[in-house]
Write a protein that binds this ligand. Structure first.
Ligand code: AMP
Length: 610
């Protein structure tokens, strides 16, 4: 397809505001794209590479301004381009405002060289010649370059394929002189552009297409253009993240072909996302919840194939790939994850997890530490000496040739367990890097998992629908991170219980009360969110205030105030206030407050009403 045709269609789409009309225009564009369908399906979204591919053009705005300036004439420089940008607000309008009429001179020069702008593309070393060509052309172009009218006609021979190939070459340029090479290649393209072509080329290059075509539009357009239902298109897109491949498959092989698009080792899928939720809602909705620790690190997707060819991005780690939540390749930054795969995996697998920074004892460090490692490109070994990381996997998308996206979470987790235990036979608890999962309808058990997670230095818990499929890129109800406490309450501690077993010498399960005039009324008990170390400190603090004991129960004179979080306030006959805190959590001692500063029943009532 000629790039002029693409630009013309893009302009029509941009001028359209009705969604259905936009889909119809994109449908027509895809239908007429011929052999260039995969390229057109990407370009129309402003992408040069498939969504799964981490390759970038690595072109800063200045490189683009410079190329535009050079194509615009001798009296234009990158500063002029930037000035126009300040005036017009977007690079497409700026590019379209220049007259790249100089292409005449260059065209003559190039055709003399026998390769059109391909000379600029193919011949890396003849920059002087090109400059001469450019300069030669500019003599006739001076007046045009300062003229804002859209009068540039272009050479009319640019195709989307040539642009795609040139930009692919450009992305591959690296090392010294690569920025100059990029400017050269871009100049070669701009110099042959009409106004409209320049508008969309500039936007494509700077990832600012913005013609109102999102992923949903292309999905619908593919379905319409090639008369296939939306659902298989959607599934194929989720699995491949490649609009080009999906469009071409829909056209060539219809639904059957789409159904055959599977996950591939080395081609990342979008991560399933979580929304905030509460234990109360999760249990109400699903009856049982799958509960896991929430690790405070960075999301990773591990792809491993012991017999793989090295994967499409050709990365040097051969068959192991690690991707970020945004499908960016981060393999080289995380050798620990590569080593983990070598050690624990025997067959092809795609695993979803988190990479966590750890201290010398293996305890988790705050999220900021992981960032020192996550996208690092240089001095990885040195960085590893300062901060090491370890992966923890909580999901399995592919195991031994089978895609598992449609399988229920519990089944995927079973697969994860067997995939990780494939090497030396191990109990799941023993597998470092395996996230345990508890399926329960018992809120106390959930609280216990939460307390253990916090005690182990993690963020808290995730609540997942045990029956749910893996939905790439979706932030839905099926995965919930426990909501942080919106409100906290400062309650007086009026009682406690001696613990059991290894906690027998500690006070635990603290009774909480609020003030009602001169009285104190109970609102609940808090036992979770407290580490052994903290329990020892609290026992020391509270023991002197014991006024009565009955079995393991102790009564305390009101002296100490706890800050507690909770999920909600309910009316309750159990406590003397008439209210109960659901899922109270210990957050800390208010050493700065005495009991007179604690919460009142009145405030509890107000919070309940609201
Ligand atoms: P947030 O980043 O706060 O939206 O929380 C969701 C993120 O928590 C996910 O994208 C993961 O990176 C991370 N996470 C940590 N532990 C888990 C887990 N067990 N299951 C799912 N996601 C987890």
């Amino acid at each position: 397809m000629e790039f002029a045709t693409f630009a013309d269609r893009a302009a029509t789409i941009e001028a359209e505001s009705a969604d259905l009309e936009i889909v119809a225009h994109v449908r027509d564009l895809l239908a007429e794209a011929g052999d260039d369908l995969p390229i057109v399906a990407r370009f129309v979204q402003g992408r040069v590479f498939p969504a799964w591919d981490s390759t970038t053009l690595d072109i800063g705005p200045n490189t683009c301004y410079e190329a535009i300036a050079r194509a615009a004439g001798t009296n234009v420089d990158a500063d002029d381009v930037e000035e126009r940008l300040a005036d017009r607000g977007e690079i497409g309008a700026v590019a379209a405002s220049y007259d790249f009429g100089g292409q005449q001179g260059l065209g003559a020069f190039m055709s003399g060289g026998g390769s059109g702008a391909g000379g600029a593309v193919d011949n890396n070393d003849d920059q002087d010649d090109r400059n001469n060509g450019g300069n030669g052309s500019n003599s006739g172009n001076d007046s045009n370059s300062s003229n804002d009218s859209n009068s540039s006609n272009g050479t009319g021979d640019l195709t989307v394929r040539e642009i795609n190939d040139t930009l692919t070459d450009l992305a591959a340029a690296e090392g010294s002189g690569s920025q100059d090479r990029k400017v050269d290649l871009l100049f070669g393209l701009f110099n042959r552009c009409s106004s409209d072509e320049a508008r969309y080329l500039a936007r494509l290059v700077l990832s600012e297409m913005r013609i109102g075509v999102g992923e949903g539009t292309v999905r619908d357009a593919i379905a319409e253009a090639f008369e296939v239902p939306q659902e298989p298109v959607e599934r194929a897109l989720q699995v491949s993240n490649d609009y080009g491949q999906v469009a071409e498959t829909a056209r060539e092989d219809g639904v059957d072909g789409l159904d055959e698009i599977d996950l591939e080792i080395g081609r990342p899928v979008q991560a399933m996302l979580a929304q905030a939720g509460t234990v109360t809602d999760a249990l109400e909705e699903w009856d049982e919840a799958a509960v896991e620790w929430k690790y405070d690190g960075a999301r990773i997707q591990l792809h491993y194939d012991p017999a793989g060819p090295g994967g499409p991005d050709g990365d040097s780690n051969g068959e192991t790939h690690v991707f970020s939540r945004n499908m960016e390749a981060v393999t080289d930054a995380l050798p620990e994850v590569v080593e983990f795969a070598d050690e624990h995996l025997d067959g092809p697998a795609i695993l979803d997890g988190e990479v966590v920074a750890i201290d010398d004892d293996g305890n988790p460090l705050p999220f900021q530490e992981v960032l020192k490692r996550f996208r690092r490109k240089h001095d990885v070994a040195k960085a590893r000496e300062n901060v090491s990381v370890r992966p923890v996997f909580f999901d399995c998308l592919h195991a031994d040739g089978d895609d598992l996206l449609e399988e229920p979470l519990v089944e995927r987790h079973n697969q994860l367990e067997s995939v990780l235990a494939m090497g030396p036979q191990q109990e799941p608890e023993e597998i470092d890097g395996f996230s345990l999962l508890w399926v329960t309808d018992n809120p106390d058990e959930i609280e216990a998992v939460d307390a253990d997670a916090l005690e182990a230095g993690h963020e808290g818990i995730m609540l997942k629908n045990p029956d749910s499929a893996y939905s790439p890129g979706r932030r839905g109800k099926n995965w919930q991170k426990r909501k942080p406490d919106v409100e906290t309450l400062d309650c007086v501690v009026t009682g406690a219980e001696w613990g059991e077993g290894r906690r027998a010498t500690f006070l635990g399960t603290f009774e909480l009360s609020v003030r009602d005039g001169d009285d104190l009324e109970t609102v609940g008990k808090v036992a979770t969110g407290i580490t052994d170390e903290k329990l020892e400190e609290l026992t020391e603090l509270l023991e002197p205030h014991i006024v009565a004991e009955d079995g393991t129960a102790v009564e305390l004179e009101p002296a100490v105030v706890f800050e507690v979080g909770y999920e909600e306030i309910q009316t309750s006959p159990t406590y003397s206030s008439g209210y109960a805190l659901r899922f109270p959590r210990f957050l800390g001692v208010r050493y700065d407050k005495d009991t007179a500063g604690a919460e009142t029943l009145e405030r509890l009532e107000t919070l309940f009403e609201s």
